[in-house]
Write a protein that binds this ligand. Structure first.
Ligand code: SF4
Length: 240
């Protein structure tokens, strides 16, 4: 489909009709086509976030690098990630020859411990995620008009309504989820077909990766069961 001329893409909130048109136009088509359209539409106002935990983000990083659009890439570092996650971010930067923007919370861990007490994640994980994930992401996304995310419908009931493009009123931008309709099998098929690097903890019983204190291996069919195990919490808040 043609791009910006059909939509006031760069500033105003998209209408339901505009979103419907784009979702209908790209449904069932390869994610690369949506990524290509988004890059043409938004240029450097488009950003990809990659956690270097889940495999979906690595698929998108690979696709973006292959397209050669120069789309900015953001890595949100909570300072509590697994060593394997940091190692993958470094490896990916070399492999794809891309600059990965590293963003951290306003408070260091020591400052947070001083202000909130130690191990906030164990006492009030929502507040901890608010400080170390939600607020830093909101700040990092501020310069952009569109955000590419790796979330998929099959990951959790909270993500079952994910569409290819959605308006985020929280961030005042277009949220683009090119893998919204992909399955876990689709992701791994792509990873193996293109020899995409991925977090080695995914070979060790982890099905979803976040911060080290809040993530454990899981044999559940629920891909996010190993996150905040034992608590009702299933989302850090950045995709709500
Ligand atoms: S996942 Fe855990 S450690 Fe990480 S920000 Fe959330 S509560 Fe804190």
């Amino acid at each position: 489909m043609s791009n910006t001329t059909a939509f006031d893409a760069l500033t105003a909130a998209w209408t339901n009709e505009e979103l419907h048109d784009v979702n209908a136009a790209f449904y069932g088509r390869p994610p690369e086509e949506l990524l290509s359209w988004a890059a043409e539409c938004f240029g450097q106002q488009l950003v990809l976030t990659c956690s270097f935990g889940g495999a979906s983000g690595m698929v998108l990083l690979d696709m973006v690098a292959r397209l050669g659009t120069g789309t900015p890439i953001l890595f949100l570092d909570t300072n509590l990630l697994f060593p394997e996650t940091y190692a993958l971010a470094e490896l990916a930067a070399r492999r794809y020859n891309v600059k990965i923007e590293h963003r951290e919370p306003a408070l260091t861990l020591a400052q947070q411990n001083y202000a909130e007490g130690p191990n906030l994640y164990a006492r009030n994980p929502d507040r901890c995620c608010g400080i170390r994930k939600v607020a830093p992401l909101a700040k990092a996304l501020r310069p952009y008009n569109a955000w590419i995310s790796g979330i998929r419908r099959d990951q959790a009931s909270t993500r079952a309504a994910t569409d290819l493009v959605q308006w985020s009123s929280r961030h005042n931008l277009l949220k683009i989820s090119p893998l919204a309709y992909w399955s876990e099998q689709d992701v791994w098929r792509y990873i193996h077909a293109h020899n995409v690097p991925y977090n080695r903890l995914l070979d060790q019983g982890y099905t979803s990766l976040g911060c080290e204190p809040c993530t454990q291996p899981s044999a559940s069919h629920d891909l996010r069961a190993g996150r905040w195990a034992g608590l009702a919490k299933t989302e850090c808040g950045i995709h709500l």
